[in-house]
Design a protein around this ligand. Structure first.
Ligand code: MN3
Length: 388
């Protein structure tokens, strides 16, 4: 057996981060949690650090540094704080892989730092590719760094590609559960609450992505993510609603053959596959029981009720910084919906308006993305203010 893989988990206290630690815990002879980082959840970070004894921990919120340092004073764990430290820790010689499991645009800079340090990326932070997919791909090529998908749909496609050499993809079919509001009319959607939106039928995830799933923006982001991960055109990516979430996604090849990856909805599988790739290792996860899933259904997504999906395709077709604008506006409206400041349907309205008002840049640099993110957030905030 080769040496233990030392993994830096950026965002260890979130849904993906905690499940990644379960995978590591199940395979202590293979994996080691080498770096743990959190944005704010200091109590859980302390608990994880005491259990997994990483080389270093980082808390992004600098005001919590002293509390963290004190809580770990009896252990030989390095303690850092701040956004800059997040980018610096990933450069450590000893790290074999970086799992990017933080939420939103904040994942972009640390992911770039990890690529520049030559670290293979297990990518769970899809916003990184949504915001700056072209830039990230160019950087990953330059530093010869693999990007392994953790998102369950993209892991499914990645698994279907194993053994296919470079056989061209004719079409990617991303499955979507449809979320808690799949059968709601548009009139009903106007009045749904965040409590209803937070109850996802199949997947247990963090609040931001659960709202994105209910609004279908998550699937829109995944279309964009698929383009950058698998090098296909937007018209080669199809979304199909599959409420049972048993098929995690599919590829259609040029000979008409369709390959699918199936399994229980459990994020630990794609996390583990990214860690173990190209190998598969034994897991304790629940097995699919076909006698229990006798109905698999499929339907076309309705972009009239769920306009975010259409907006994401539009952003992808327009290219440049448009998906960065889409993401920034979405982060603002997602937080506003969670704060009861706007209604469910206002989210798409504000995103669409932000896309038409923010400055379009056809060939953005990193600095352009930063400026775009700022500008789009301001525009979206103003639009929310005007609604009230
Ligand atoms: Mn997904």
């Amino acid at each position: 057996m080769e040496q233990k893989k030392r993994i830096a988990i950026l965002g260890s206290t979130g849904s993906i981060g905690t499940q990644a630690l379960q995978v590591i815990e199940e395979h202590p002879e293979r994996y080691e949690a080498y770096i743990l980082t959190a944005n704010n959840k200091i109590d859980l970070l302390i608990q994880q650090a005491r259990k997994f004894l990483p080389d270093a921990v980082v808390i992004a919120n600098e005001s919590k540094y002293c509390e963290l340092k004190e809580a770990l004073a009896d252990l030989p764990i390095k303690v850092y704080a701040g956004a800059k430290a997040l980018c610096e820790v990933v450069e450590s010689q000893s790290i074999d892989m970086v799992l990017t499991a933080m939420v939103g645009y904040a994942g972009l800079r640390p992911t770039m730092a990890a690529i520049r340090a030559g670290k293979p990326i297990a990518l769970a932070n899809k916003e990184t590719l949504v915001v700056a997919g072209e830039l990230i791909n160019a950087l990953a090529n330059e530093y010869k760094v693999p990007i392994l998908p953790v998102d369950s749909e993209h892991s499914a496609i990645f698994q279907c590609l194993a053994g296919e050499m470079n056989n061209p993809i004719e079409k990617i079919i991303l499955t979507a559960s449809g979320g808690p509001f799949r059968t709601c009319t548009k009139a009903e959607l106007a009045h749904v609450t965040k409590e209803q939106a937070l109850k996802h039928p199949n997947w247990d995830m963090g609040a931001k992505i659960t709202i994105d799933s209910a609004s279908m923006m998550n699937k829109g982001f995944e279309v964009i993510e698929a383009k950058w991960l698998f090098g296909v055109r937007p018209d080669q990516i199809e979304v199909v609603i599959h409420p049972q979430s048993v098929i995690h996604s599919m590829i259609q090849f040029e000979d008409s053959s369709v390959k699918a990856q199936l399994g229980m909805p459990d994020m630990r599988l794609p996390i583990q596959y990214a860690f173990s790739y190209p190998y598969r290792i034994k897991s304790s996860f629940d097995r699919l029981d076909f006698s229990q899933c006798n109905t698999l259904t499929f339907e076309k997504p309705d972009v009239e009720r769920f306009r975010n999906l259409a907006l994401a395709y539009e952003a992808l077709k327009r290219g440049g910084n448009m998906a960065c604008i889409l993401n920034a506006a979405n982060e603002v409206v997602n937080a506003a919906f969670l704060a009861d400041r706007i209604g469910f349907l206002d989210m798409s309205d504000i995103i669409e308006k932000t896309m038409s008002q923010a400055q379009f840049i056809a060939k953005p640099t990193y600095e352009d993305y930063v400026a775009t993110d700022n500008e789009a957030r301001k525009i979206a905030e103003e639009l929310i203010g005007n609604k009230r």
